[in-house]
Design a protein around this ligand. Structure first.
Ligand code: ADP
Length: 483
């Protein structure tokens, strides 16, 4: 790795303020998804190391929670400053292990830092309440306190932001964290730990451990010391973690899968809708949980949208994310590539037409062509399952009611998008869509200031914004009598 600050590349875990190997020295190899070559190894930790990390976090809890919000805020701010100072190296590490183009990696690092900035400010405003009591000599007092040790399990598609989005509010209100990053992208997480140590978090407050997902996940969910699990990943794994967390009645935040509809109404600005769709669909090679997965276009503007959209897709330059000209990287692994291939082949078998792409890319490896499918039918798997790849299936619709029903016909409810100009229609559709996020006339709704999260099987809880603090706080009622 060509880094200015070589100390950012760590092949050890950070537990209780120390850099450690796994107890039996086992490791996991991490590969670059663009070249398929090994980047390095990280410890393969399991139950015992997870228990150690949880205990270290618990030992640090009292001291950390008793600091003032301002003291914690200062350390968060230092962490943010260090991340921004090291943005080029952090982006390089991310592109090498995750595959996204450097510009996207830089964008993610800065977005991740913006969560820390936001919560460094917001944690100073964790207010309580004093409620009038029906009895004259009493007052009802409500205070908010940190839940305790937090276990955070994060995915590979946003290796940095998914960590800061959970940790900034948790740390800010006084919770120590034990983080388990995805095994595909552990180096971004470990680099954040290097900077967290430098920023001055006391030992045990910030822990990162890599290794067996199921073993670490089981200990995090079943250990009674952990009071809260925050997970971002698939609905399938989310359900396992929910079941396991039931044994100790833990609080949970779940950011799970999505199957976002992207609707283009007949009065939409078509050029705007096309660039929004490109942004929403092809960012991170289609590997985001809020990617547009089903594009519904009104019959009156269908041909125009399709033609303009395909023209833009043809301009996408696929390649190694380290190359300046690349604006779409590889898929994360062969498993993902197989799923994309299967979804496209199945859609074609059930009546869809390939408007562009439709096959593996000539670069080979984990690369797939940016693909647009027209005339997709409701028999295709892609209509019901999340693809997590650079494939845009397009459907034609003719009425508002029809498209709202189609959009809501899924167990998922994370993000939705639509383009329209009529204000009455905008309100009606925004209220009718069963989604945690409704994005009107933009393909990129995410930022630190918004409550990100889903309904239905897309999850529980919200991240970002002032609402994101609630996920790491307990409400305590103090009954004051004898006044
Ligand atoms: P994706 O489909 O995006 O890879 P996953 O849900 O499989 O999403 O992975 C998200 C995170 O969950 C990763 O850190 C992964 O290692 C972890 N994970 C996978 N399986 C389990 C499990 N059984 N228990 C706990 N964590 C898991």
């Amino acid at each position: 790795m060509e880094l200015k600050n070589k100390s950012l590349f760590k092949q050890e875990c950070f537990i209780g303020g120390k850099w450690v190997k796994s107890l039996n020295n086992d490791t996991i190899q991490v590969d670059n998804p663009a070249t398929l070559k090994s980047i390095g190894n990280v410890p393969k930790c399991g139950k015992a190391e997870t228990k150690n990390a949880i205990e270290a976090a618990n030992d640090a809890f009292l001291n950390w929670k008793n600091k003032t919000a301002k003291e914690r805020s200062i350390i968060l701010k230092q962490w943010q400053d260090l991340i921004i100072k090291n943005v080029d190296d952090l982006a390089h590490i991310m592109t090498v292990e995750q595959g996204k183009p450097l510009a996207e990696s830089k964008g993610e690092i800065l977005m991740g830092a913006s969560y820390i900035e936001f919560y460094a400010e917001e944690v100073k405003r964790v207010y309580g309440d004093i409620i009038p009591d029906p009895l004259p000599d009493r007052r009802i007092v409500v205070i908010k306190q940190p839940v305790g040790v937090v276990g955070a399990i994060t995915p590979w598609n946003f290796p940095s932001t998914m960590i800061t989005r959970k940790c900034a509010p948790a740390l800010g209100v006084g919770c120590p964290v034990v983080i388990k990053p995805a095994s595909q992208t552990p180096f971004s997480a470990l680099a954040l730990a290097v900077l967290a140590e430098e920023a001055g978090f006391p030992p045990g407050v910030f822990n990162v451990l890599t290794g067996s997902a199921s073993e670490i996940g089981k200990e995090l969910t079943e250990n009674p010391i952990v009071k809260k699990i925050s997970f971002t990943g698939s609905t399938e794994v989310g359900k396992i973690l929910l079941k396991q967390s039931a044994s100790t009645v833990k609080k949970v935040s779940m950011e799970l899968g999505g199957h976002a509809p992207f609707i283009v109404f007949e009065d939409a600005d078509i050029d705007e809708a096309v660039s929004g769709a490109i942004m929403s669909k092809f960012r991170n090679s289609g590997q985001t949980c809020i990617c547009a997965n089903r594009l519904f276009v009104h019959e009156k503007v269908y041909e125009e949208f399709l033609e303009k959209f395909v023209k833009k897709v043809a301009e996408i330059k696929v390649g190694n994310g380290l190359e300046e000209s690349t604006n779409s990287g590889p898929l994360i692994d062969q498993y993902s590539l197989e799923k994309v291939k299967d979804h496209v082949q199945d859609a074609v078998k059930t009546g869809a037409k390939i408007a562009i792409g439709g096959d593996i890319h000539k670069l080979g490896g984990n690369f797939y062509q940016p693909t647009v499918l027209s005339n997709v039918t409701n028999k295709a798997k892609i209509t019901y399952e999340e693809t997590f790849g650079p494939v845009a299936p397009i459907y034609k619709f003719s009425s508002d009611t029809e498209v709202i029903n189609l959009a809501n016909d899924t167990p998922y409810g994370l993000a939705s998008y639509f383009y329209a100009r009529d204000i009455g229609k905008i309100w009606k559709v925004a209220e009718a869509l069963e989604y945690g996020i409704v994005s009107v006339n933009t393909g990129l709704p995410t930022k630190a200031e918004i409550p990100f999260g889903g309904v239905k099987e897309s999850g529980l809880g919200r991240e970002g914004s002032r609402y994101g603090l609630d996920d790491y706080l307990e409400i305590k009622y103090i009954s004051m009598a004898g006044i």
